[in-house]
Design a protein around this ligand. Structure first.
Ligand code: NAD
Length: 311
């Protein structure tokens, strides 16, 4: 029998997390140290040693066309690459400053034998959300899966000091743009198609430093539940994923996040005691977007290492 271990035993990098700051964001994956893991799953061999093994698709999204916001880096990048390995062509939206990350993501999608369609657009403008959907349709002629994933956050210790312009920017990026993307996308979606939204553990635990961000994530979970009921008669499923603490550029790019916050990110978070890697969350999106999730709608999947357990 295994002895309980005080430290996490894992093949994913965790103990060498370095303090780093990409303040002001958006952050870049290329600057994360150690690099995040996007495409490898942790398997345990017969000697009970964990190893990382490349994710192999099995055609779960064969010939589907997927549109992802915030798809250049982090969770969105992992979702795009795994979905490409499952047979889908991928459009993804990113901010112009993230061109270098977007190029790497496009290459990985193409390595999977699928087409990448990157778009540098700020989704805070409604016209850009419409342009993203129009451009995707022009390229692929169908829209089977929409992944509403882009978001931003800025820390504020006390609401008395909160910058209301930042609150508005956070709501515009995280939830209002989701309304716009979804409205324009739904016009092209058919029975069997689906939507997956990125919520957060912060929607369920709250976060005293991120009151505005957490509020947008709460809204996303309720948006998901309500829209799922509305769209079910049309055969369109709507779900969300609520990640916990994940090793992505969002963290070091979070304005006013001290450098040292990165050094311990997720390491003390019980019970798994480590941050998750983008690939470990992306698998939930594949489940929800594919026939594996055909009986699931209005649901939020909690992928958070157990720090908050839903009944
Ligand atoms: N990393 C975590 O610990 C964590 C935890 C819970 C939830 N999430 C959620 O996961 C999702 C993905 O975040 P991530 O952690 O992969 O970080 P990330 O920084 O890699 O991704 C965020 C993406 O949002 C995009 N974005 C932000 N503002 C935009 C705008 N105005 N227009 C277009 N794109 C814009 C950026 O291009 C970026 O790619 C987010 O919704 C985030 O809230 C992350």
């Amino acid at each position: 029998m295994n002895e309980p271990s005080e430290k996490p035993v894992t093949a994913f990098p965790w103990k060498e997390l370095k303090p780093q700051n990409q303040e002001g964001g958006p952050g870049l994956d290329s600057e994360l140290d150690p690099p995040a893991v996007f495409t490898q799953l942790e398997f345990w061999d017969e000697e009970q040693k964990p190893t990382l093994v490349e994710y192999e698709g099995r055609g779960l999204l064969k010939n589907k066309a997927v549109l992802i916001t915030g798809g250049d880096s982090g969770i969105g990048r992992a979702v795009g690459i795994l979905m490409a390995r499952e047979g889908a062509d991928i459009s993804f939206v990113h901010l112009p400053e993230e061109e270098s990350d977007a190029k790497i993501t496009s290459k990985e999608i193409e390595k999977a034998g699928r087409t990448a369609n990157p778009m540098a657009l700020d989704i805070r403008q409604e016209a850009n959300c419409r342009a993203a959907v129009d451009n995707h349709m022009k390229k692929f002629g169908k829209l089977n899966v929409l992944v509403n994933n882009a978001a931003m956050q800025e820390i504020c210790q006390d609401l008395i000091d909160i910058d209301l312009a930042v609150v508005e920017k956070t709501f515009r990026t995280n939830i209002l743009a989701m309304f716009a993307m979804t409205k324009f996308a739904l016009a092209h979606m058919k029975r069997g198609d689906c939507i997956v939204n990125s919520s957060s553990v912060a929607a369920y635990m709250g976060n005293p430093q991120l009151v505005d961000y957490s509020s947008t994530k709460g809204a996303i979970s309720t948006f998901t539940r309500s829209l799922a009921q509305q769209q079910a008669p049309k055969g369109i499923r709507v779900n969300a994923v609520a990640p916990g603490i994940i090793w992505t550029p969002l963290q070091p790019a979070t304005k006013n996040n001290p450098d040292e916050a990165m050094e311990t990110l997720g390491i003390n978070a019980e019970p798994l005691q480590r941050p998750g890697m983008p690939v470990e969350v992306a698998t939930a999106y594949v489940f929800l977007a594919s026939p594996l999730g055909s009986y699931t709608t209005g649901e939020t999947m909690h992928v958070n290492g157990g720090i908050e357990m839903q009944g």
